[in-house]
Write a protein that binds this ligand. Sequence first.
Ligand code: F6R
Ligand code: ZN
Length: 195
Amino acid sequence: MNMQPFGAEILDSENRLSHFNTHVRRPLSSLRDHFADQTAFSRMLQAGDPIVYEVYEVHRPATAGELPHGLSIVHPGRVGDEYFMTKGHFHTVRGTAEIYYCLKGHGLLLMQNEAGEWVAEELRPRRLVYVAPGWAHRSINVSETEDLVTLFVYPGHAGHDYSSIERRGFLKSIQRDDGTFRVVDSPKWCAVAEK
Ligand code: F6R
Ligand code: ZN
């Protein structure tokens, strides 16, 4: 691991970093239980398995002093009326925050905490969102045509807890309605974690 200072370019035309350790591509099939409309999901999967989002990440040691970072790219698209989105997660160490900075596109960062509160902050170029400690987060692309590109930075010891979201879902879902996006109650939300 490089322990020297370093710089990198954000390659605008390709939506990627000049240097990174991993490039993860998440196809629709990896988001099976996240979208509300199962019929639309199956229909879309049969027609192919589109990439919903991609992450370029610069890995850093899992210590409190380090700052892993990278680019997250959510492609435009919908499953039924629900916009393409990331899986979403809590940080395993709940007391760790994260910064998202929007470079391109239009989206929302949907956040919720374990007390059942939720917040949706808009992502637009030059807007940043501070994910406070203890808030799960998912990014959603509400554009019909453009990628949503964000830069993220989080503490090295944060860890990622996907299972809480896989069990209970998010309280809200972002749906297209009458040509715009709406935040609606999610049918996937389990008020009691019974699964
Ligand atoms: C890291 C972080 C982002 C996400 C990325 C993909 O803590 O929040 O880098 O990992 O936007 O989303 P997930 O991880 O939910 O699949
Ligand atoms: Zn995170």
